[in-house]
Design a protein around this ligand. Structure first.
Ligand SMILES: Nc1ncnc2c1ncn2[C@@H]1O[C@H](COP(=O)(O)OP(=O)(O)OP(=O)(O)O)[C@@H](O)[C@H]1O
Length: 210
């Protein structure tokens, strides 16, 4: 479940611009696209939902927890357990292999290690032959697919994906959309996707436009 109320945000160095976001009320297991022109604040909204940015005004509720009421330590733990963020630009430890990056993400969530799950994700994303490669040896599209695996490996309650298909060809775009939907379904998670990609829009009914 994701709920926001009267959410506003201002970046410290651009105080003359305040983003005011429409309220969101997303029941468990529902998915939604966030649409809008470049610069309107889509990524900012995603980062507010992920607890990475503190709102100037308003509240974010994830699974009935109001993020604003948590201490820094509680928030870090909550994010690790419940949020799966797939960044627009992928963040990895470049000196580690694909599999080692996944294992590290799983450890950070403090959830039980599940080797079968990692293998399954790697296979579904067509990365089987690459699992021992260091991340810097992967193509951009392969890194984007790894980024998706990192976002869902710990079975988060909320999957937040920022342009998850922008570097992918049609075949991999289809794979990623169906994997995200399947993961959201099997983990009973909400799925929120920021996108400009027409190929993604046709797969979802719900959207908010900023
Ligand atoms: N850390 C930051 N400090 C100051 N301004 C920022 C920061 N991050 C983003 N902005 C500005 O806030 C605005 C909204 O950025 P955001 O990335 O949320 O937009 P977006 O809708 O996701 O854009 P795009 O579709 O191009 O990715 C932009 O004008 C951007 O330059």
């Amino acid at each position: 479940m994701i709920r926001t109320k009267s959410l506003q945000f201002t970046y410290r160095d651009t105080k003359n611009r305040t983003f005011c976001f429409p309220d969101i009320d997303l029941p468990p297991k529902e998915d939604i696209l966030v649409l809008g022109p470049s610069g309107v604040g889509k990524t900012t909204l995603l980062h507010l939902l992920a607890g990475l940015l503190p709102p100037k005004e308003g509240d974010v509720f994830i699974a009935n927890t109001c993020l604003n009421t948590l201490t820094r330590k509680q928030l870090d733990y909550f994010i690790g357990q419940n949020i799966g963020l797939i960044f627009q630009r992928a963040y990895f430890i470049r000196s580690l292999s694909l599999l080692e990056n996944l294992t590290l993400r799983e450890r950070l969530s403090k959830k039980k290690s599940d080797h079968y799950r990692k293998e399954e994700l790697i296979t579904q994303l067509g990365l089987t032959d690459l699992q021992s490669k260091r991340v810097h040896q992967l193509s951009e599209g392969q890194q984007q697919r790894l980024s998706i695996a990192l976002g869902v490996v710990h079975k988060p309650k909320v999957i937040l994906a920022d342009e998850p298909t922008s570097n992918l060809d049609d075949t991999n775009c289809e794979k990623v959309i169906s994997l995200l939907k399947k993961e959201a379904q099997s983990c009973k998670s909400n799925l929120v996707i920021v996108t400009h990609d027409k190929r993604v829009k046709s797969h979802f009914d719900n959207h908010i436009s900023l």
